[in-house]
Design a protein around this ligand. Structure first.
Ligand code: FUB
Ligand code: ZN
Length: 683
């Protein structure tokens, strides 16, 4: 019996193997193809510093240097080189880029770029075998493994700079973060190819870490300064069955925030100087034990990676208390700290969550990685409790704040995803220097592009989860699924034209089986219809329509989720958005761009009275050769009289009626540098 405090464990579900899912719809297949054809090869060039005009990565170079040192044994006595702190973390820059010595270069977490790349390669190979890419990947793995130390340690920063300082700065130096990405990449590559060289390397590193950290007496009581090891260890546990990895993950989750703070023990000089302030602990989500945290604070990527790890541990250990801690944090994010695009992180100071309802549009951070982490968190919450509130946010982030991170041609990227851009301000106002008005080829700190690659190439694994008798459909992407559910062969084929059209066909071939289908009812549709379920037992619960029956040879359910154009308002506490409306249709958030509406977007407004009479016009068009539905609305443009002084007596001013044209937010900035805005004045 489910109570407020105990979850129904029979509802726990797991994500499906990518092998069982084939993505067929135009929208996501196109994104996956971009990753396969453009992003993966491009990133390989970037990891090898071969992209002209892009900041060098040094990633593979560092592995090569570390591998050489590994073979020749590092000379003792070389001075430990502290990286310098830059805006986004600790970076070691070459003094003379022409004549590089055999040193470590780049950010201390540069190894993770390889790991995310190999993870994306693994997923891509699952869907699309490619012997040449696999050969490149195998060779890259050889380079990485050559750097591994005899004791299993594998982080090039410390291999090159001195093992004596290993784990001496967990707070800032990302060794456990690099390990986490390595483990994720290794499992993905193993599952795709069956090749276990990298998996064994990741396990050896994990074993080393498990010897060093833990609750047992004598072991280090530290935890990662940048979370991810928590969920990576769970993944390693699922792949290998080694319970010590799950135990270590739970240790990292539970140790965080205990007093006295581990980071204080590690940095006594900072404590002495009084530098260790509440905000500093919050940055790492280390201010309180995680079960007592009820507000999402600090660095947004770190936070959602931690919450994802907490959710993993909660599910695997059946820990309802931990689930409820996750749920509290989830609710706090989506009710007070999330942009309408699914972006999170309202301030660039610390790349962090701001206070409740502080969601500025033009200085937003909304890092691509943070929205990706929110999707990780959402899927894990869904696995414990099939409640559409999680899938709605997952869909919102995927179609909006994540896809905006990559250009339509897959060749340039956004790190920061603002909701309003005036390019002049980005160039001249230091407070907005983090906001780029055009996507960049690469970044010195290149966390986002390879994160996008690994997410998009595994997109199918977010559409479904399953438990012993139910298949949950969370996202309606055209796909074919072939597998056993409740012990019976089942074929489920989804035909959909999401996100442009809400008609979905679910074709089920499962004769002899009586498994349940649980179909998400999207939050954005007021009402929906379903045909073909007349002979089934149906009920709705937590935003899912459950369809149960003895399936015949082939059956088709036809769902219709009407996609109306909606004018949305923000909560009145969001000061930035008061009096403004955002336009959405189905899962897509729309925006105005200068290319369609001219300069000075701050002067336009939506004529809401006319919208309710004549309605918006939805049109099929192409933007940069990509088919899309655009929206036209009646609006006004305020006139700028010639020679007007800076301050004048107030009057309503002159305005002329205009047609406003909106395109999907994720498509903005594909037609050159120009203004953009999501929230527009409404009158
Ligand atoms: O610190 C590693 C990654 O770099 C973070 O997740 C991003 O926010 C960027 O700072
Ligand atoms: Zn990032």
């Amino acid at each position: 019996m489910e109570t407020e405090h105990s979850l129904d464990k029979a509802c726990y579900s797991a994500s499906l193997s990518l092998r069982d899912i084939k993505i067929t719809d135009d929208f996501w297949k196109n994104e996956m193809e971009l990753v396969r054809r453009e992003v993966i090869p491009y990133q390989w060039e970037a990891l090898n510093d071969r992209v002209e005009g892009a900041p060098p990565s040094f990633c593979m170079r560092n592995f090569r240097v570390a591998g050489k040192l590994n073979r020749e044994k590092r000379e003792k006595g070389a001075a430990f080189e502290e990286p310098k702190y830059t805006f986004r973390g600790f970076e070691t820059l070459p003094e003379d880029p022409e004549h590089l010595e055999d040193k470590f270069y780049g950010f201390v977490f540069q190894d993770s770029d390889f790991s995310k790349w190999i993870e994306a390669v693994g997923y891509s190979l699952t869907q699309h075998p490619d012997p040449e890419l696999e050969k490149t990947a195998d060779e890259a793995i050889d380079v990485v493994c050559a750097a591994q130390q005899e004791d299993g340690y594998l982080d090039t920063y410390y291999i090159i700079n001195g093992r004596d300082k290993t784990f001496s700065n967990l707070r800032d130096h990302h060794e456990l973060y690099c390990f986490g990405h390595l483990a994720e990449g290794a499992v993905a590559y193993y599952e795709a190819t069956g090749k276990d060289k990298l998996l064994r390397a990741a396990q050896r590193f994990a074993d080393y870490i498990a010897e060093y950290f833990g609750e047992e007496e004598g072991k280090c009581k530290g935890y990662p300064g940048h979370e991810i090891a928590e969920m990576a260890l769970v993944r390693l546990y699922r792949a290998t069955g080694e319970t010590k990895y799950l135990k270590l993950s739970r240790f990292f989750v539970d140790e965080r925030g205990k007093q006295p703070y581990y980071f204080d023990r590690e940095h006594p000089e900072a404590v002495k100087k009084g530098e260790e302030k509440e905000l500093r602990y919050q940055y790492h989500q280390a201010h309180l034990p995680v079960r007592e945290q009820d507000e999402a604070v600090g660095h947004a990527v770190r936070a959602v990676y931690l919450y994802s790890g907490m959710a993993d541990v909660a599910q695997l250990t059946g820990d309802d208390g931990l689930y409820h801690a996750c749920e509290t944090l989830w609710n706090n994010i989506v009710n007070e700290k999330m942009y309408i695009t699914g972006g999170i992180g309202g301030t660039h100071v610390g790349e962090a969550f701001s206070y409740a309802y502080d969601l500025p549009n033009d200085t937003a951070y909304a890092e691509t990685c943070a929205s990706i982490g929110l999707v990780f968190f959402a899927r894990r919450m869904l696995q414990m409790k099939p409640d559409s509130k999680y899938a709605d946010v997952m869909e919102r982030a995927l179609y909006n704040g994540i896809l905006s991170g990559m250009a339509l041609d897959g060749k340039s990227f956004f790190y920061v995803n603002p909701l309003e851009v005036n390019p002049e301000a980005c160039h001249k106002d230091e407070r907005k220097f983090h906001v780029k008005p055009v996507r960049q080829k690469w970044f010195g700190c290149a966390c986002c592009p390879p994160n996008l690659a690994r997410l998009l190439s595994s997109i199918g694994s977010y559409a479904y989860t399953e438990n012993k008798d139910t298949l949950f459909v969370h996202l309606y992407m055209g796909s074919v699924l072939t597998k056993k559910v409740a012990g019976q062969d089942v074929d489920v084929c989804i035909e959909s034209d999401f996100p442009w059209n809400g008609n979905v066909k679910v074709r089920v071939r499962a004769k002899g089986s009586s498994f349940k289908l649980a179909l998400r009812i999207p939050e954005w549709c007021g009402s929906y219809t379903v045909k073909g379920a007349e002979t089934a037992r149906t009920r709705t619960k937590d935003g899912y329509l459950y369809v149960e029956k003895d399936w015949e040879e082939e059956e088709v359910l036809e769902l219709c989720f009407p996609m109306e154009v909606r004018l949305m308002a923000a909560n009145a506490n969001v000061r930035e958005d008061i009096g403004r409306a955002a336009v959405t249709r189905g899962p897509i958030v729309y925006c105005l761009e200068e290319a369609d509406n001219g300069k000075d977007l701050h002067l336009v407004s939506i004529d809401t009275a006319s919208v309710s009479v004549s309605g918006p016009a939805v049109q099929d068009e192409t933007v940069c050769q990509v088919p899309v539905k655009t929206i036209e609305l009646p609006g006004f443009r305020q006139e700028k009289p010639e020679g007007q002084g800076l301050y004048i007596p107030w009057s309503a001013g002159q305005k002329k009626p205009v047609r406003l044209k909106l395109i999907p937010y994720y498509m903005w900035a594909n037609r050159g540098e120009n203004e953009m805005q999501v929230w527009t004045r409404a009158e």
